[in-house]
Design a protein around this ligand. Structure first.
Ligand code: NIG
Ligand code: FE
Length: 410
C-alpha cells in the first residue's frame, strides 16, 4: 500500500455532471490531498494527514513542493501509427491550397498509406511507441490509436498488430480502433460499397479472431465514405459486437453523419467543425458523445468546432488530439485543448473534464478518469499551487510527475 502526497490541490474530477457546462466551483478540490493506492488501484483519496493516520501501514511517497494532482488524461482520438511525413502537404497549405485539393494532387491520406505500407510491423510499433511516450510526458495515460493507413486486409492487420506491440512496449494504455474505412483505397477495384463489404467479410472476422480491436471507425465525408454506405457497414459491425465511433462533419455538414451516429448508437462522433445548429440540437437529445479535435483546426488553419454551443446544448463534450501526419501534426493535447478553451470560452473545469472523466466514457473505460476508490491509479502532478495555472499556461506547464497504475513513470 502506498500513500502519495501531499498535493497542494487534488482535483478528483468526481461527482461532476456527465453533460453540459461546468464551473470551476463544481470541481471537488481536496486541499493538502493524498492518494492511497495498492496494486495499481486507488484505495482512498482525502486529506494527506488524515490518510496517514487511517493507513498507518502504507509506505509514504512524499511530494516535496507544491503540486496540483489530477487523473491521468485520456486522448480518445489519435492516428499515431503512421510512417513518413506530410510536411509537403503543410507547405502547400501555407501556400493556400485546401486539404481536399492537396489530397487530389497526390498528397493527403493516400500518400501516408503508401509510406505506412512500406514500413515493417517493428518500425511502425517503434514510431507508435515513441509518440505514445511523448503523450505520456504530457500526462496522457490512455491513448486511443486508429489504424487506417493500411487500407487492405493484410496492411490493416499489420497496423493493428503494430499497435498491439506498441501497447506492450508503452507505459500508457493504447486502445486500438479499426479505421479501415478511412478512404476508398486508390488501388481497390470497386466502389465504396464493394470495399466495405470486402472489409466486413475478410477483415472484421480476423480482427475478432486475433482480438486486435473492438472498435470500428469510419470517415464520412465527400472525399471519403457516404452516409448510405456507412450505414450498412456500421450496422454490420455493430451486429458483430463492435463499438462504433465516427469521423463526421469535418468539412461538410450536409451528409447526415450526426443522425447516423445516433441511429447506430455510436459511442462518439468526432470532429464536428462544420456542425450547424440543427445538428447540435439533434446531438443534444442523444447519448452520442461529441469529440472535438482542436489540433485538426490548428493544423489546417480552420475554425474550431463549436465546443461552447455543444455544452450549451447539454452534451458531454470531449477534447482529443487527432494526432496524425496530415491534419493534426502537433500532437500536444494540452496546448490544443487550452487554445480551444480560450477561443471557445470554456472553463478550466470544462477543459479538464473533457480530458479526463468525460473522455473515459467515450472509450467506455469507466475504470479511469476520476480519482476515486476502485479506479485505476493513473494520476499526474503539475508543479504549481493553483489548478488554474494549468490552462492559463496554455500547455507549456507540463505535469512534472506521472503515475501509471500506481507506478511513478516520470
Ligand atoms: O481525423 N479526417 C480524416 N482523418 C484524419 C486525417 C488523416 C490524415 O490527413 O492523414 C483526421 O483529421
Ligand atoms: Fe481523426
Amino acid at each position: 500500500m502506498i500513500l502519495t502526497g501531499p498535493f497542494k490541490q487534488l482535483l478528483t474530477m468526481d461527482k461532476l455532471p456527465e453533460k453540459g457546462h461546468l464551473s470551476d466551483e463544481q470541481m471537488e478540490i481536496i486541499p493538502d490531498g493524498g492518494i492511497v493506492h495498492h496494486n495499481g488501484k486507488i484505495v482512498a483519496v482525502g486529506n494527506f494527514e488524515q490518510l496517514k493516520v487511517l493507513f498507518s501501514d502504507a509506505n509514504i511517497e512524499l511530494l516535496e513542493g507544491d503540486f496540483v494532482g489530477l487523473p491521468g488524461m485520456i486522448d480518445v482520438h489519435t492516428h499515431i501509427c503512421w510512417a513518413g511525413s506530410r510536411a509537403t502537404d503543410y507547405d502547400m497549405r501555407l501556400a493556400g491550397k485546401s486539404y481536399l485539393e492537396i489530397a487530389e494532387s497526390g498528397g493527403g491520406i493516400w500518400s501516408t498509406v503508401q509510406k505506412t505500407r512500406e514500413a515493417s510491423i517493428a518500425e511502425l510499433a517503434e514510431l507508435t511507441t515513441q509518440r505514445a511516450q511523448k503523450l505520456l510526458e504530457q500526462g496522457v495515460t490512455t491513448i486511443e490509436v486508429k489504424s487506417g493507413y493500411g487500407l487492405s486486409i493484410e496492411q490493416e492487420l499489420k497496423i493493428l498488430e503494430a499497435i498491439k506491440l506498441a501497447d506492450s512496449n508503452s507505459i500508457a494504455d493504447l486502445i486500438p480502433t479499426c479505421l479501415a474505412a478511412h478512404i476508398l483505397p486508390k488501388d481497390f477495384k470497386g466502389n465504396e460499397n464493394e470495399y466495405l463489404q470486402h472489409i466486413i467479410e475478410k477483415l472484421l472476422p480476423e480482427i475478432k479472431k486475433r482480438k486486435l480491436s473492438n472498435r470500428i471507425d469510419i470517415f464520412i465525408e465527400k472525399s471519403a465514405f457516404s452516409v448510405t454506405a456507412a450505414r450498412k457497414y456500421l450496422m454490420k459491425a455493430k451486429e458483430m459486437g463492435f463499438d462504433i465511433t465516427i469521423h463526421g462533419d469535418q468539412f461538410s455538414v450536409s451528409v447526415g453523419a450526426v443522425a447516423l451516429a445516433n441511429e447506430v448508437q455510436a459511442l462518439s462522433i468526432d470532429h464536428l467543425e462544420a456542425a450547424n445548429k440543427a445538428e447540435i440540437a439533434f446531438l443534444a437529445m442523444r447519448n452520442v458523445i461529441p469529440v472535438v479535435l482542436p489540433g485538426a483546426s490548428i493544423g489546417l488553419g480552420e475554425p474550431f468546432a463549436p465546443a461552447h454551443q455543444l455544452l450549451d446544448a447539454e452534451t458531454s463534450l470531449v477534447i482529443a488530439s487527432d494526432w496524425n501526419p496530415g491534419s493534426a501534426p502537433m500532437g500536444n493535447l494540452l496546448v490544443e485543448a487550452a487554445l480551444l478553451g480560450v477561443y471557445e470560452k470554456l472553463t478550466s473545469a470544462e477543459v479538464l473534464a473533457a480530458l479526463t472523466c468525460r473522455a473515459a466514457n467515450a472509450l467506455k473505460k469507466q475504470d479511469r478518469g476520476i480519482l476515486k476508490q476502485g479506479y485505476i491509479a493513473d494520476f499526474i502532478a503539475f508543479k504549481t499551487n493553483d489548478f488554474r495555472e494549468i490552462i492559463y499556461r496554455q500547455g507549456e506547464l507540463r505535469p512534472g510527475k506521472v503515475w501509471k497504475t500506481g507506478k511513478q513513470a516520470l
